[in-house]
Ligand binder design. Structure first.
Ligand code: NAD
Ligand code: DAU
Length: 331
């Protein structure tokens, strides 16, 4: 069988980084190209174990730089694209929305143009359940692939815009594609600005943990390795043009998540500090993953096994998140 060239954008980030390692380990007949700008969220130290492998290559580039992306595509002629690169943090999109439009909308459009011009066998766009907006607290109602897009934050609006562009390139130009919409991820190498790694690092340092509002907002948590397996399946078995929701029915209030971490680490709930709520804070996300399950996916982690593994990982790999918190990783 001939070797395949797989472009992974955003492979220095959290999910893309885990996906790079998953693919490099699983497919020795794939040449993996990790294309990343190395923004504040990008960090290559996580790839020390694989950086010398013959089937792993790193390219530093901005997905919104049309000339650079076109010339990389012309030179490398990728078979597949899995697109993670994005500005990903909701709070940052509230203070500085412009970069979210540039990277998430324009950057995706540049990649789509390069993919359709040069030609790829599949473009997988990694999106989010946040494009559906929010649910109320009725536990019988879930996001399906047919739920209308009603994004509430500048982040989710930029992701929804990019989803629509991907759809348009399929309808207009016949670009083979899938869109995945996953719930909240957690696991190794999660940047410590997000709730779970932020809480673990604060609790390990005996610092106050900021909980927005009353902590009753609900997120649906999925271990990042289960997300990687889902994307692998969609890349290889997904029906072109289809959207697949990814989630494992692990709904928890933010307060439950924070308390679980505090109790697991044997610390006091007095570390919890209720702070001002996020503007436009979505109440609840919850995924119906039936369509993906029919394709053959099922998660391997429950929230209990996944959060225990993650807390252990952060405890044993403190040097990774400490270099992020100190800013040392930028050097
Ligand atoms: P992240 O912020 O950890 O990583 C993003 C990566 O993209 C970083 O390595 C960064 O350097 C890179 N990047 C940013 N701008 C770039 C640009 N202009 N050009 C090239 N590279 C650039 O993000 P994440 O949490 O790993 O999320 C990855 C993708 O998955 C995003 O598209 C996000 O919307 C989606 N997603 C995330 C979650 C979640 O819970 N984290 C859930 C569902 C979907
Ligand atoms: O649902 C998928 C999305 O999940 C992804 O598309 C995003 O890229 C990812 O960042 C994540 O978005 P959230 O806003 O849900 O994640 P975050 O970790 O920022 O916040 C989770 C919940 O915790 C949310 O309700 C806000 C709350 N929170 C967050 C932080 C950082 C707090 O209460 N305190 C905090 O300090």
């Amino acid at each position: 069988m001939s070797r395949k060239k797989l472009l992974i954008t955003g492979g220095a980030g959290f999910i893309g980084g885990n996906f790079v390692q998953y693919i490099v380990d699983k497919y020795s007949d794939y040449d993996v190209y990790n294309l990343d700008l190395l923004t504040y969220a990008g960090d290559l130290t996580k790839h020390k174990q694989i950086e010398d492998r013959d089937n792993y290559h790193f390219i530093r580039a901005d997905i919104a730089d049309r000339d650079a992306i076109m010339s990389i595509f012309e030179q490398e002629r990728f078979d597949y694209v899995v697109h993670f690169a994005a500005e990903s943090h909701v709070d940052r999109s509230i203070t500085d929305p412009a970069i979210f439009v540039l990277t998430n909308v324009m950057g995706t459009q540049v990649l789509l143009d390069a993919s359709r011009t040069i030609g790829v066998a599949k473009f997988v766009h990694v999106s989010t359940d946040e494009v559906y907006g929010e649910l109320d607290f009725d536990p019988t109602v879930f996001f399906t692939e047919e739920t209308p897009l009603q994004p509430n934050s500048p982040y989710s609006a930029s992701k929804a815009s990019s989803d629509l562009l991907v759809r348009a390139y399929y309808e207009t130009f016949g670009l083979p594609m899938n869109i995945t919409r996953c719930s909240n991820n957690y696991g190794p190498y999660h940047f410590p600005e997000k709730l779970i790694p932020l809480t673990i690092s604060k609790v390990l340092n005996e610092q106050k943990v900021p909980v927005y509002g009353d902590g009753a907002n609900i997120r649906d948590w999925l271990h990042v390795w289960d997300h990687c397996a889902a994307i692998d399946l969609v890349l290889h078995e997904g029906v072109s043009g289809e959207v697949y929701n990814v989630g494992g029915h692990n709904e928890r209030t933010n307060l439950e998540v924070v308390k679980t971490i505090i109790h697991t680490l044997g610390k006091s709930e007095e570390l919890i500090e209720f702070v001002a709520d996020r503007l436009g804070h979505d109440k609840r996300y919850a995924i119906d993953p039936t369509k993906l399950e029919k394709l053959g996916w099922k998660p391997t982690y429950t929230f209990e096994t996944g959060i225990a593994q993650t807390i252990q990982w952060y405890t044993e790999n403190a040097e990774w998140w400490e270099q992020i918190l100190s800013g040392e990783y930028r050097k």
